[in-house]
Design a protein around this ligand. Structure first.
Ligand code: HSE
Length: 322
């Protein structure tokens, strides 16, 4: 006797629910505008994604940020809609987002939502998509958030470590090995929208500035690969974007000088700001840098959060599934 087993789209998948941790990221790493980024061990968002047997994306927010719950207007929502469409609308998703990375902080809040959704969806579908495809899905979220498909937060968020986005069209992502580094991040409690921080940038660059920037990018990547801390420190310089954007960040110049005096290798604006990050060789220096950061913002009178953390090597992590 021949038994014919007909499985609906949904039934053929083993896992129905997955919980992921999706980390914050530092895009640009000072001189690599839109092409370099690193993942942070903290903070991270917690997301639970469930597979549905109908083409629908349902969003629940379990935090205080009041982000939209309409799938088309939500960063995780548009990512899940794009996966659903690729699956010919045979499935859907229900997602619960618990954000710990404050939107508009400059440490990859939208990328964490987008990357977490894309990795979770792929996991539920049996990891049928390559990591480049997962990045492509997640970039739909960045497009919604900032108007541009950039991957310098998305790639390290998904892959962990440090990523070089050599090209977006076609997508070419290179993981850069790096020594263990400590990252101190200060988030002054003001909001800088990525779209605004992109609009104020000059569209033309002087050749002499471009030459300096190329030297720094090459130096930074080489420094990471050769574990050359001095070279990393010397190369953490941005002559193109930082002079324009730093005016949006109170205390920026003082912060940089004092953090370096405290022993930081160097640092600058995290993504489009307002967060500022510094890299240090060891934890005690990273903590001292955090202390200096808090002194600067106490003096200015702006509330702030500080994270003393490390480079996250794993990227989005599946913590449970059923
Ligand atoms: N590379 C992007 C920018 C990152 O600086 O605008 C935004 O987080």
């Amino acid at each position: 006797m021949v038994y014919l087993l007909i499985l609906s789209g949904h039934q053929k998948y083993k896992m129905k629910k997955v919980k992921v941790h999706s980390p914050g990221t530092v895009a640009n790493i000072v001189c690599g505008f839109d092409i370099l980024g690193l993942a942070l061990s903290e903070p991270y968002d917690v997301m639970e994604v469930m597979l549905l047997d109908r083409p629908e994306v349902i969003i629940h927010n379990r935090d205080i940020f009041n982000l939209p719950t309409e799938a088309e207007e939500n960063v995780a929502g548009v990512v899940l809609l794009s996966v659903m469409e690729r699956m010919n609308n045979t499935i859907g998703f229900e997602v619960t987002v618990e954000k710990h990375i404050k939107p508009g902080s400059g440490i990859g809040s939208s990328a964490a939502s987008a990357a977490g959704a894309a990795v979770a969806a792929n996991y539920l579908l049996g990891n049928i998509f390559s990591s480049d495809e997962v990045v492509q899905f997640a970039m739909n979220g960045e497009k919604l958030a900032s108007g541009v498909k950039h991957a310098d937060n998305i790639a390290p968020c998904i892959l962990g470590g440090i990523s070089l986005i050599r090209s977006i069209h076609p997508l070419d992502i290179v993981s850069i090995p790096a020594p263990d580094l400590f990252v101190t991040v200060v988030h002054p409690q003001i909001e800088v929208r990525t779209s605004d921080a992109r609009q104020i940038l000059k569209q033309q660059v002087l050749l002499k500035d471009a030459i300096k920037q190329w030297g720094n990018i090459a130096g930074l990547v080489t420094g990471f690969m050769k574990n050359d801390y001095d070279l990393i420190g010397r190369s953490l310089e941005d002559v193109i974007i930082e002079p324009v954007r730093s005016i949006l960040i109170p205390g920026f110049d003082e912060l940089k000088v004092k953090c370096k005096e405290a022993g930081a290798l160097g640092g600058g604006i995290s993504g489009s700001g307002p967060s500022v990050f510094m890299l240090s060789k060891d934890e005690s220096t990273a903590k001292a840098v955090g202390h200096v950061m808090s002194q600067v913002y106490e003096q200015i009178g702006i509330d702030y959060n500080i994270y003393v953390t490390t480079i996250n090597r794993k990227g989005v992590e599946v913590v449970s599934s059923e």
